[in-house]
Design a protein around this ligand. Structure first.
Ligand SMILES: Nc1ncnc2c1ncn2[C@@H]1O[C@H](COP(=O)(O)OP(=O)(O)O)[C@@H](O)[C@H]1O
Ligand SMILES: [Mg+2]
Length: 252
């Protein structure tokens, strides 16, 4: 589904990602872990097209997508969430979902002038999809709540919902469990497992080791911008190299 080959990204001479390679199998949940500053979020930005690679290759479903623009990669079926949720606070939960761009005719000025009926119909479909997404997340009761009033965990769920509106094949989640209370954390874990049941592929950055160990099929460990090791959660848990990397953690 996803292949990253010898990827390099430098920021003013500092190698944030250093010849990093890994693969993500279709219909799996893969964890991407490593100490702060290991290069995980930078790797997500490179995959999703929000940063340009200095070297290396990224393949999405066998197609080379090096330096595609974010919207081009999104159209191929990739969605991502951010470490800090990007919800639009002055809108309701439902509006936040309905606003996700999806190449509707309403975005085209000519269509909105000449094909009003089509746009209206698409808006209905879009609203139905947004409700369906809320149902999936078990957040229907919050449809008309202003996003600003949500708890941190609920914002994370909404962020996941926004990613799902694009009906992606591969979903990149950056720390979905950060700052989330245990009840909502379980819900996020359940939702990620449900997505896998629906055939989706998930790559997940997370510091909560219980979440990683409970839901991941495979775990990839990054350190100093490099691919350190990978394996099953049980293998990673007992790997001395991983322990050493975390003990040497710098605060980034
Ligand atoms: N835009 C940027 N400019 C300069 N340095 C950056 C930038 N983004 C990330 N870095 C640096 O790259 C390294 C990796 O960061 P990041 O990918 O955010 O790590 P992680 O997500 O694993 O904690 C860190 O040392 C960070 O300070
Ligand atoms: Mg990060």
């Amino acid at each position: 589904m996803l292949k990253v080959k010898s990827v390099v990204k430098e920021f003013s001479g500092f190698r944030a990602v250093d010849e990093c390679s890994f693969e993500v199998e279709k219909n799996t949940i893969t964890g991407l872990i490593g100490p702060n500053g290991a290069g995980k979020t930078t790797m997500f930005n490179l995959i999703a097209g929000s940063l340009k690679l200095d070297q290396g290759e990224v393949y999405f479903s066998e197609q080379k997508v090096n330096n595609f623009a974010p919207h081009q990669i999104a159209r191929l079926g990739l969605a991502r969430t951010f470490q800090i949720p990007k919800t639009l606070r002055k809108m309701t939960v439902l509006e936040n979902l309905m606003l996700v761009p999806s190449g509707q005719s309403g975005e085209n000025i000519w269509n909105s002038w000449f094909r009003g009926a089509k746009v209206e119909n698409e808006e209905k479909v879009n609203a139905a999809k947004a409700y369906e997404t809320l149902e999936f997340l078990e957040m229907e009761h919050l449809a008309d709540e202003m996003a600003v009033n949500l708890s941190g965990g609920q914002k994370k769920l909404l962020e996941l919902g926004r990613a799902l509106m694009a009906e992606p094949e591969l979903i990149l989640l950056d720390e979905p469990g950060a700052g989330v209370n245990p009840t909502l954390l379980n819900k996020i874990a359940e939702n990620i497992l449900k997505l896998k049941e629906r055939g989706k592929t998930i790559l997940l950055i997370e510091h909560n080791m219980d979440l990683i160990m409970n839901i991941c099929d495979r775990v990839i460990v990054m350190n100093d911008g490099k691919h350190l090791v990978e394996g099953t959660p049980a293998e990673i848990k007992t790997n001395p190299q991983v322990l050493e990397a975390y003990l040497g953690e710098k605060t980034a």
